[in-house]
Design a protein around this ligand. Sequence first.
Ligand SMILES: *[C@@H]1O[C@H](CO)[C@@H](O)[C@H](O)[C@H]1NC(C)=O
Ligand SMILES: *[C@@H]1O[C@H](CO)[C@@H](O)[C@H](O)[C@H]1NC(C)=O
Ligand SMILES: *[C@@H]1O[C@H](CO)[C@@H](O)[C@H](O)[C@H]1NC(C)=O
Ligand SMILES: *[C@@H]1O[C@H](CO)[C@@H](O)[C@H](O)[C@H]1NC(C)=O
Length: 432
Amino acid sequence: MQTQASLAAASASPAFSFSSFNFRDPKSTLFILLSFSLLSILLIVFLSSSSSSPSHSGPDPFLFPSHQTKRIIFHKTTQSDPAPPSIAYLISGSRGDWNRVLRLLLATYHPRNHYLLHIDPFAPHADRERLALAVQSNPIFRAAQNVDVIGKPDFAYFKGSSPVSFTLHGASILLRLSVKWNWFISLSADAYPLVTPDDLLHILSFLPKDVNFVNHSSYIGWTESRKLRPIIVDPGLYLSEGTEMFFATQKRDYPDAFRLFTGTPFFILSRKFMEFCVMGEDNLPRTLLMYFANTPKSLSSYFPTVLCNSRRFSRTIVNYNLLYNTFDKPFIDEPRVLNTSDFNGMVSSGAAFARKFQPSDPVLDLIDEKILGRSPESVVPGGWCLGEPANVTCSVWGDADILRPGPGSRRLEKAIVDLLSNGTLRSPLCKF
Ligand SMILES: *[C@@H]1O[C@H](CO)[C@@H](O)[C@H](O)[C@H]1NC(C)=O
Ligand SMILES: *[C@@H]1O[C@H](CO)[C@@H](O)[C@H](O)[C@H]1NC(C)=O
Ligand SMILES: *[C@@H]1O[C@H](CO)[C@@H](O)[C@H](O)[C@H]1NC(C)=O
Ligand SMILES: *[C@@H]1O[C@H](CO)[C@@H](O)[C@H](O)[C@H]1NC(C)=O
């Protein structure tokens, strides 16, 4: 009975011929059974290996939405025209931020990019579900399959070292979700873009893919020493409830096995460098990760220190993170809240992003209207949106490889050309 079932299945397969098969010969029956079980084992192995391959976004229990249908087609451009780059965004917020995270997603959205959204454990799980539902119900996100929400969140205390762990976690998921992105950007919910997604991709397409945009300095003065010498234990790494940071009474000496660099908690990092940090085949990123686990606000020092102490990456740094922010007083870490009075300053800076903004501040509507050309609840129109120029809903999709850069790309280009002409690219500050 079983043999006949196998045979019925086999006769459909053109690869096997059974014309000389003899039912009464037990040897050949055994052979057929064996070869079929071997075939099915091979099939199972193949299927399971293809579904667990790192480049596929197979259903992950900690990511949702997991079921998506109908895709945007990515056309191959001609050989002479290099395909635009792609950016991986990690966008994170806290309690009450899910709406801002969604707005930031819409304001930075391009089908070529990949987006990972995170709402930290201070927010109820319902916020994560609301966000996932909003993503799931957007036909563009469904079609491009490039937005995911982290279902199992991480603590990230700005004053401690847990943001480093969170950032590396986000980058690892993004490395696994998509093989095609070139740069990694981590945005907090209080940031906003100052150029369109097409502007940014257009300018990045002219740059070497290994460039890292990281403010950094080896100067350690009084303010820097206040950040680098205290010893802390970040509760985000070992307690499941939010609590205060633990400060040790002693201070530690500066290391002499490597040199410390300070910077800012915002950066644009290359894929190669993120792989270097996440895979850790060289022990430097891991050693520094353990060192910085006990350093306050270590997100601003970790990546500059890894980059500048690595022979492979120390020449890939641009000493500017493309972020606009201003400070009330020198030596204060948190930037001033920006409002409509800052609009002209932000635009003329040529920066790609700015922070920080209050939720639904009028200046965000001004940026949407004057810079991004974005209407509420919709994505920023770009070269991939067909349809009438007046119809900014991007409801008709075209080729995701076609960019339509605007005035923002010229501002960004000027800012980067200025950096290049002043020799800030491949910065000498990194040298020992
Ligand atoms: C980062 O570097 C740029 C260019 O060197 C500088 O204008 C900016 O003020 C720096 N940002 C911070 C927060 O230090
Ligand atoms: C923006 O903020 C600055 C300082 O924080 C304040 O002086 C100014 O009046 C504000 N402008 C508006 C339009 O609210
Ligand atoms: C924009 O285009 C879509 C699809 O063609 C259409 O359904 C919608 O009504 C248009 N909107 C406007 C304002 O023209
Ligand atoms: C670069 O140099 C020019 C002229 O020397 C100056 O105007 C500009 O502000 C400099 N840019 C930076 C980022 O230092």
